[in-house]
Write a protein that binds this ligand. Structure first.
Ligand code: MN
Length: 292
């Protein structure tokens, strides 16, 4: 509970953000690619797994009229265990609030890792509206239900491994596996695979993902909308399931993806690690950005 109090203190401190400056300076806004709407989720701020620099780069290159934060933005679970909050994580909060101030309509739908924000549903923090769910109407008139997705955890039971995403637990298990087998070899014992056990878990995860997608799409169909946008499972996706458009914006722990809506209503997944790699091989575009 102590960590929650500490987190609340940090949230209260956000009021000073407009007067502060980020540690990584913000780049020119004139050259930003603009979309009608952007969805990001599963950022897991407060964990070592969060690719903060990559998200900062994304926010500095992409702009939108509307932005949805689809949950697990801040990882309250991880912060309860161990407080971790580097300056780059503040830089992300700073950029989101700055964006709201500039006129981007921002909707924050807390997930299960940041469920402490659900108590603020209906409130507005510096232009960031907190909601449990939202309906987004695309430029081509489609109604899409936006939710985090943990609502379906009770139905999709084999999800416990998800708690370890954005956590060092999985990596630690792999390291442990190496050491364990080094000792076993030294003792003349055969290889025993802890990683095989882990892979079995991942195999279960694959069937979990398709099950999740189908259940979420079915629920959207039952609610009479044209499609659904979720996060939660760290798997970016655009596909039709029984006539319902299923979208998932992915995450910023492994995939580093965002979902965007173009001005004609078409949707696309941006793979930011690939975008950054492509830009590095074409340094002139970076020069143009700096000059703008
Ligand atoms: Mn989640």
């Amino acid at each position: 509970m102590a960590a929650i109090t500490r987190l609340s203190f940090d949230v209260a401190g956000l009021a000073d953000f407009h007067a502060s400056t980020p540690t990584i300076p913000e780049r020119a806004i004139t050259s930003r690619r603009k979309y009608r709407a952007v969805w990001i989720s599963d950022v897991h701020l407060g964990t070592r797994g969060c690719n903060a620099e990559m998200l900062i780069d994304f926010l500095d290159h992409v702009d939108s009229e509307k932005m949805y934060l689809v949950g697990d933005i801040i990882d309250g679970w991880a912060m309860k265990k161990r407080f971790y909050w580097p300056a780059t994580h503040n830089d992300i909060v700073w950029r989101v609030l700055k964006r709201a101030k500039r006129g981007t309509e921002i909707v924050y739908i807390p997930g299960n890792h940041d469920e402490m924000f659900r108590q603020f549903t209906g409130l507005d923090f510096g232009g960031v509206k907190i909601k449990r769910q939202a309906i987004h109407t695309t430029a081509d008139g489609r109604r899409l239900l936006v939710l985090h997705g943990d609502e379906f955890d009770a139905i999709t039971l084999s999800h416990r491994w998800l708690a370890h995403l954005g956590d060092a637990a999985y990596e630690m298990m792999m390291t442990l596996n190496r050491w364990l087998n080094r000792v076993r070899r030294w003792m003349g014992l055969p290889y025993w695979s802890l990683s095989k056990y882990a892979k079995q878990k991942v195999k279960n995860a694959v069937s979990f993902i398709s099950k999740f997608e189908e259940i979420v799409a079915r629920e959207a169909g039952a609610r009479g909308v044209d499609g659904v946008i979720a996060g939660h499972i760290h798997k970016a996706e655009i596909r039709a399931i029984d006539g319902i458009a299923y979208y998932n914006d992915g995450d910023w722990v492994e995939g580093c993806t965002a979902l965007v809506e173009h001005y004609d209503g078409s949707m696309e997944i941006l793979h930011w690690a690939e975008e950054m790699a492509a830009r590095e091989s074409q340094p002139e575009s970076e020069v143009r950005l700096a000059a703008a």
